[in-house]
Structure formats: structure tokens, C-alpha cells
Write a protein that binds this ligand. Sequence first.
Ligand code: UGA
Length: 453
Amino acid sequence: MSSPAQRPPIAVIGAGYVGLVTAAGFAELGSEVWCVDIDAERIARLRAGEVPIHEPGLEPLLAKNAQRLHFSTQLADALEFARLLFVAVGTPPTHSGDADLTAVNEVVDAMPTSERHALVMKSTVPCGTGATIQRSFSERGKTAIAYVSCPEFLKEGVAVKDFFNPDRVVVGDSGTWAGAAVVELYAPLRAPIVRTDVASAEMIKLAANAFLATKISFINEIANVCEETGADVTEVARGVGLDERIGPKFLHAGIGFGGSCFGKDVSALKLLAANSGYHFQLLNAVIEVNELQKRRVITKLLKNLDDGLAGKRVALLGLAFKPNTDDMRGASSIVLAGRLLAEGADVRAYDPVAEAAARELMPNLSYCDSALDAANDADAVILVTEWPEFIELDWERMAGAMRGRLVIDGRNALDPGVVLAAGLSYEGIGRGRPAEASEPRRDAGAPASGAAS
Ligand code: UGA
């Protein structure tokens, strides 16, 4: 990486996980960064050195670069110092499933007429948004504001690492100074740069997320067929993933994908296609498979427990949509816990960091201080999120705490042999013959158990 001296100043609008990681990352590369958010409380906390989200590595990175990071609620502060304004505000789904561009439009509306500034769109927006924004600039006499689409590919939980090691950086523009400036800004990372037009950059983002979601729904369907045929999906994924054309990543079967991105972006792409008169059939199946997958654990419980779920005590290990985050958006645990409560089960839950966020969504769960506490007198334990501490659990002690024997591994992250050796019964997702699954493997190349990517 080049010396962090004399990098151009930038602004980041939106202090969510993408905005903060982007701000901290560019500050580390040497830029002065103005980070703007309309949430005054969030800005006050950031100014006080508090980090409002759980993202590994973010807090030390912000602290290390505190001198170069400036937090404000005023866009004007950023406009004074920075020419490139990275937009990293939320685009949640509307009730109709389209992306809600309210926050993006507020930024666009707040932009003054300026030849100095460029909007660099990091927020995920439907293909065509950049053209609409540029049209609205020109209608309001703000044509000189440059526009770049620079979609974000960070994964929550490893976002800081991803910032410094991108697979690629996509820069979509119409040949303005701003596109070249964004390329220059990313140059120290030595990542492949995809320089393209705005619409293609927007579509790359949606297509990438839709493809990854499709890969997960595909392996989940294979897992479901494995359950009928006696095959083990972890073995199947290993054998399939060694094909370089397919690759081992995102082939981990489980109880469905969650998060704020895949569901939203698959649905947004489907509707984008529909709005242009095209029926994107494949994506319907991706969404439907995922919804059903979240509910398969209920079927497994009913199959293994006598007399239904009413009055049964069920322990959920993990609530966040994936490990190393406190993000509950789209988490499979929400569907699972909701179904269990509806069936009359007593649900005890433990998550190492997501409890506060989960309590807001699911006040009726009994929240516990540890996995062992959650397992107390449980008829069944379900691994929902593969936090590292669950992979290393002492299953002898867990067995001693439980009143039942059933362990459902919703992420295929546990070693079935260890669970079985503790006198418990093990049921994974698509692992046909769990008792055999802990036999030594004859060859290498298995995707790391439980690792999502
Ligand atoms: C996803 C993309 O991976 C990022 O590239 C993108 O920038 C981001 O969305 C976004 O658009 O903002 P993220 O949602 O943070 O990132 O998390 P992922 O690691 O992709 O996992 C998403 C979900 O898929 C999780 O619930 C995870 O448990 C599940 N998953 C992942 C599987 O069930 N199986 C897998 O093999 C991989």
C-alpha cells in the first residue's frame, strides 16, 4: 500500500455499517473523511468515540484514524472540504418489494448546484437510478454535479477485511473526472477495477447478490433431496465445489439466508425485471426456497419430538442473521422463533451480541446468558447462527443440562460425532447419515465447516 500521505479528502453520507467501514477504510488509506448522518444521536456517539454497530475490527480502525475522521449532521460541512461524496444510506424494501429510495433522494435534493462535487453511489439502488438522478440534476440546473456508481460488496462481520481486500472495485460513470478520481482513491488496494457505465455497475451489484442467493437456495434444495436419498450435502458440496467453475464458497446448506441484502436485492431485481416487462422466473424460486427453508426446522422438531410442540422447551443458539454481527434484519431466527411461539413452545434463546437487537423484535423469548443456560431443561437445542463459541461447545455439559436429546444443527457447523458421543441425537440440514459423518475424511478440499464464505 502507498504512503497514507496526501490522499484526497472525501465525504461519506450515512454512518451505517457500509458508511462507517468505508469512512474508516479511506481514512486508514490517508484521506481526511467527513462522515455525515442525519441521526444526531449516532453522530454524537461517534464523536465520543463510541461505535454504534458490532463489526469486528471497526472500532480500533476508527480509533486509530480519529484525527482524520470528522462526524457531522450537516452536509454543508462535508461539501466544503470534499469533492467526492460517497452515498451509503439505507435502501430498505418498500411494502411492494421495490427499493425505498427516500434516503437517497434526500441526499440528491440536498445537493447544491456545483461543478466541484460528485455523488458516488454505494447504496444498492435499482438499475436506472443513476440515470434518473442525473436527469433530475439536469432538470434542476445542477448538471455539473458528476455521478459515479460504485457498488458495495462488503460482507457484514468481515467488512473491514473486505474493504482492504476487495475481489474487484466497480466504477460506473460516463467518463467524468469523478470516475477517474474514484479509481485513484482505490488504487492503493491494488484490486481489479471494473470501469464501466452507470447502468452496468448498478446491475453488477444486483446480479452478484442474486447469484449468491441463488447458489445458497440451490444447495439448500440439494440438501433437502439429500435427506430423502441418504446423501450428505456437506460431502456433495465438497465434491461439487472443487470444480473451479463452481467453487466452494456459498455452498453451505442451512436454514436459509438472512440479512438486509439478499432478500431485498433478489426481490428488487425481480421487480425491476417485471417493471420492464420481463418475468425473472428463477428468482421466484430462490425466494420461495429460502422462505420454506427457514421453516424446515419445525418439521424436524415435529418428526423427532412426541406430541407436538406445545409446552416443549426449545433452546435457540444464535439469533443474528450470521456470526460476528448484531444485525437481526432478515434473520432466520425471527421466522423460527415466531413459529415456535405460535405452536406453544417455550423458547429460550442466547446470542453473544445480538440480544439487544433481538429483544426489540421478539420481546416474548426468554433470553439467556449462555448456551448452557439456554439448554437448561430443553427438549431440543437448535443451532441457528454458527458463532465460533457454539462450534466449541462442551456437548457433555449441554447434554447434562437438557431434558431431551435432540440437537438440530441449522448451519451444519457442528461435528456430529462429538454431539453423538455426548449421548445426544444429531440432525443437520441434508446430512443423510449423521452417525457416519464424523468418520475421518480420505482427501482434502472440504469447505471449512460453518464458514459462510
Ligand atoms: C451480502 C454479500 O455477500 C455482500 O457481497 C454484499 O455487499 C452484501 O450482501 C450487501 O449487499 O450489502 P451479507 O448480507 O453481509 O453480504 O452476508 P453474507 O455473508 O453474504 O451472508 C448472507 C446470508 O447467507 C447469511 O444469513 C448467511 O448465513 C447465509 N449463507 C451464506 C448461507 O446460508 N450459506 C452460504 O454458503 C453462505
